[in-house]
Design a protein around this ligand. Sequence first.
Ligand code: PRX
Length: 641
Amino acid sequence: MDSKVFNVGLGNNDFETRKKSDSDFISFWNEQAKNLSWFSSWTKTLDWNPPFGRWFVGGTLNASYNALDIHQNTRSKKPAILWEGENGDSRTLTYNELLTEVQKFSNVLKSLGLKKGDRVTIYLPMVPELPISMLSCARIGVIHTVVFSGFSSNALKERIDDSKSKIVITADGGYRRGSVVKLKSVVDEAIQELDCVQNVIVFERTKIPIKMNPKDHLWSELMKNASTKCEPEKLSSDHPLYILYTSGTTGKPKGVLHGTGGYLTQLYSTFKWAFDIKDSDVFFCTADIGWVTGHSYVVYAPLMHGATEVMYEGAPDYPDISRMWDIIQKYKVTIFYTTPTALRMFMRFGDDIPNSYDLSTLRLLGTVGEPINPEVWKWYFKTIGKEKCPIIDTWWQTETGGIMLSPLPGLETIPLKPGSATLPIPGVDIAVVDEGGKDVKVNTKGYLVIRKPWPGMLLTLWGDDEKYKAVYWSKYDHSYYSGDYAIRDEDGYFWILGRADDVLKVAGHRIGTAELESSIVSHNDVAEAAVCGIPHDIKGEVIIAFVVLKQQIQKNEQVLRKEIVEMVRKGVGPIATPEQIYFVSKLPKTRSGKIMRRLLKSIAKNEKIGDTSTLEDEAAVSEVQSAFNELKKSAKNTKTN
Ligand code: PRX
């Protein structure tokens, strides 16, 4: 571990907040919740029926009201969203304009028959209509489920079907790397066999020609005569705000269900503590709203604080690698929040490009989604932050709802260590434990667990309480299992070491091995497949696949590779494209038939393979090993993209 520490503080040392959170986490969060606007107060702060937590029981509120209505007296003309399209289009929406759009669209949703508790799938590019759609759902108590617009029709179909959405909101297309990604046609394919979908709303982003079906409506047509007034529903604190599908270790993506009062309380507090948000700030988070970072820190947290934020539609390196610096200069961004993958990519192009832009407005820099290499951290600190901006390395997950580990310059000044997400936020109890659940010694690798309920915690997995219990609460008694490895150093700082399970992080995107494997085996010539991740300089991790073909298949391997890649792109989406595909005659398995992915990973990473006593057939290991070595030699010929 890099022991050099960096002392960059903002002089906020609110020791009282820390002290209070240590003494009683329930009364601590009780106080924090008072920062929100409630229609009626709660009667019980936490109802903990392990492992189900319900916060601020009896209280009623509305997320859209907290994001928009509360600012109308003081900030109605303040820009909420400064939007920039990839093609250079731009729009500004003030808090007043955003509220008007949301009220109109809420009325549109109501006029299509939606009622409190119904589900809506949103499959939109990064345009203001995406937060407008989400906030409109929230306003009328409808549960939104946003699907990242890079997912394939098959992945979209699975998610619409699981949530039984009545409406799908999409666009004709969106811009990505200079081309139009046709989204409406993906939706058409996804809903072909789904009876649950009654209406499709199409926002005209690109104006490309589209085929309209009987269920389809144009956004502009529906909005034309919509009334501009729609009262927010008074919703109970545990009313579900959204489902967000995420990858786990088992087959299908899991629908993480978040509530309202607890979730918003954690967002409000963490945005204040981690980003020290002020009315004068211009916040820019580069995450796509299709992932949890976008839900929490593009939509709900900044708007609850009445912040001005930049929202960008396209690829961060289009038309060239200076795009982000250009946006920071143009909009005078003060807080920038991005991923280690993006930073590694920018860093490769050297200092001259960022140095030729005026980045002097920046005062805080954040990172999220994967471990950040200390040298990248230092580059971010020196070249982008000019050694005056704290680096806020935030660890959290779709399931935690909001930031859990992070430096908190809005609260206190602590020394920063490059590569460490530092300390837990106040009011949460995080530990690193061994297989038996005991705290590990200092600087020893273990599993990251959360020992007490926290306000942003998921309510459950959509329609599957048993799976919720099994995935997160069965490995340890009374602790939430995060699936991450970590260590804690002599100062109590946490260092995240990556996933302990079969979940991959490719360019920060969370991808499950099971979904990938099921796409690969859907190819007619494939008998079995196993995938794992290997380290990559830019993307952090890339996917490699070991494939066993059905007997007697004699096809050109290059052709097969192309076809398999196509299956993955169709099954999951282009983000899951394997970097390399290896053909082997058998996979290493345990005697009970389970694929030993740990072994594949060790071979691919050139590590010791450890205990093989449960292995069924040693020959499988040597075959994988030689396939890997062989292909490493001729890597150029075997790359799939
Ligand atoms: O492995 C951890 C990694 O991302 C996982 C959660 O992914 P997702 O649900 O997609 O949410 C990502 C955005 C919050 C974690 O289990 N991760 C997230 N943040 C960090 C991280 N790994 C290291 N350092 C981080 N700051």
